[in-house]
Each structure stands twice: as C-alpha cells, then as structure tokens.
Design a protein around this ligand. Structure first.
Ligand SMILES: C[S@@+](CC[C@H](N)C(=O)[O-])C[C@H]1O[C@@H](n2cnc3c(N)ncnc32)[C@H](O)[C@@H]1O
Length: 285
C-alpha cells in the first residue's frame, strides 16, 4: 500500500481531532484535574514569566496555552496554534470563561509557522509533536521563530509499556484483528517515546542545552467504564482503529479493555501509571 503523503497525514489529523473535540470538552474537567501538572512543568521548562510572547503548538482545547497566558499576564501574550478548528473553539470558550484576553488561537500546521524569525520568547507544546509527519522540519521552525536565548519545552508520551491506559486498548484491538506491525517512524502516539529522539531533533535544528526527562505519575478513573467511555471519546488514534472493526468485534474489544482495566483497580478507583517525556532546549544566544 502506498504511504500517505505529509499533506494527507495532516488532513487526516485535522479531521480526527475535529471529530473528537466534543469529547475533549465533555471530559475536560477529569483530564484537567489529573494532568494540570504537565502544564506547570512545561511553563517551568520554557521559563515563562510576565511579559513574554509565547507560542503554543498543537494547543487543542487550550493546554498549556491557558496556563501560559495566566503566567505571562496582561503584559504578555500567547498564540495557540492547532490544525483542528473545533478543538480551538473549545479553547477559546475556556479562555473567555477564565477572563483571559491575552491568548488567541489560530488554525494552521505547526510544521510551517507563519511567523517572522526571532518572534517568540518561548515555545511550548503538549502531546502534539509526535503526530507530525515531519518533526525535524517543525524543530527547525521552532528554532527559527524563537528569540536567541529562549526555550522550547515539549511533552510527549513515553513508551507504551509505561502507559498501560493507552497501550492496553491497542493490545485489546490487536487481539481481535491483525494490525500491520507499527512503523516506528510513522506519526503516532508513541513516535517520540524513545529517549533522546526529540532532543536529538532539537539539536539537529541548532538548539542547545537540551534536557530529556521521563516523568512518572498516576491518573485515575471512577470506574473501568468511565475509562473506556472517555478513551473512546477523546483518543482519535484509538477511535480510528475501532472503526475498522465490526459491531461484534467492537463489543469483544470493549470487554477485553474493561477486563484489562480492572486489573488496575486500587480501592474504589482504576489507577493507571503514566510516563511522559519532557524535552526542553534553548536557542543559542
Ligand atoms: C492529543 S491532542 C493535544 C492537545 C493539547 N495540547 C493537550 O495536551 O490537551 C493533539 C493535538 O495536536 C494537533 N495537531 C496534530 N498535528 C498537528 C499539526 N501538524 N499542526 C498543528 N496541530 C496539530 C491536533 O489537532 C490535536 O489538537
């Protein structure tokens, strides 16, 4: 089968994430409560402070752009970019609810940044870069738009075995239908899981002082059902695989996922370990 072109991958991403935007808004509270620490870590790694002009790549429904805007305050500003206009519409509604007038959202592919060189005091990105067909090109663009001495900070998923809440759904699907072995260079959730991968791309792009740290945490759900339902409503890549199944196969996968999730019961809740890779780098002075 011919490989999809970069343009086709990007268009697929746009459609996928637009399709799940309603799910992201529906489950926002649950995920924000549990993943706010990621935003704080990115804000720290990117060295945000009052008055800065910040670019957030793949903002989705506003993370970490909203915390970035609160951190840089009224004398600073944040631009959040994303392919998916419906995700950004949700981000815009949150900004309004929070009374933030220093954050704006615009649609676009983060591989081609529509900004002049040396425009930003920092770049942040949470769970976006692994979905790009041309990550090194995005790294070069980040290096171009950063001001000398400024930082980029990105969060990407670490290895599937360290993230069973994502990995077990994939494993359940693979038990029911044969999937081609994953191409480790194809865009996807775990594309940047390998230590040093993204950091190496930042270095290749001319950035220095790279750090690459795996951060371990937990996230939890009220029940296996809550886990399953939220996963299916927000995880576009998992939804895509489920769409390949018949109704009976989907029911089979659901039962397998519920069963596997129940192995993570701790007291009243289902608690999964998670592992996120934080990668930061700086543009030389
Ligand atoms: C998993 S979501 C993460 C959203 C948000 N940063 C968060 O952590 O909640 C991935 C986001 O990356 C966006 N994305 C994927 N490829 C992109 C590209 N080439 N340019 C811009 N955004 C992209 C998707 O539209 C989606 O909103």
């Amino acid at each position: 089968m011919p490989q999809p072109t970069s343009t086709q991958i990007i268009e697929g991403q746009r459609q996928d994430w637009n399709r799940v935007a309603g799910g992201w808004e529906k489950w926002d509270r649950l995920f924000d409560e549990q993943m706010a620490f990621l935003n704080h870590r990115l804000v720290a790694d990117a060295r945000l402070h009052a008055g800065m002009t910040v670019l957030d790549l793949g903002s989705g429904t506003g993370y970490p752009a909203l915390l970035g805007a609160q951190t840089v305050g009224p004398s600073g500003s944040v631009i959040g970019m994303d392919l998916a206009e419906h995700m950004l519409a949700a981000a815009g509604r949150k900004a309004t609810r929070l009374g933030l007038s220093n954050v704006s959202f615009r649609t676009g592919d983060v591989t081609t940044l529509p900004f002049d060189a040396n425009s930003f005091d920092a770049v942040t990105s949470r769970f976006c870069l692994m979905f790009l067909p041309e990550i090194p090109k995005a790294a070069s663009e980040i290096a171009r738009v950063l001001k000398p001495g400024s930082w980029v900070a990105a969060a990407v998923w670490s290895a599937p075995e360290m993230n069973p809440s994502i990995g077990l759904s994939m494993a359940a699907i693979k038990q029911v239908i044969e999937l081609p072995p994953p191409d480790p260079t194809a865009p996807g959730i775990f594309r940047l899981a390998k230590p040093g991968d993204l950091a190496g791309m930042f270095q290749q792009a001319g950035l220095t002082d790279t750090t690459d740290q795996e951060f371990l945490a937990d996230w939890s759900y009220a029940s296996a059902e809550e886990y399953y339902t939220s996963l299916m409503e927000i995880a576009a890549p998992v939804q895509n695989l489920m769409a390949k199944l018949t109704d009976a196969q989907q029911q089979d996968v659901k039962q397998r996922i519920l069963q596997a999730a129940s192995n993570y019961r701790r007291g009243e809740r289902i608690v999964f370990p998670m592992a996120v890779r934080f990668v930061a780098a700086r543009k030389p002075l």
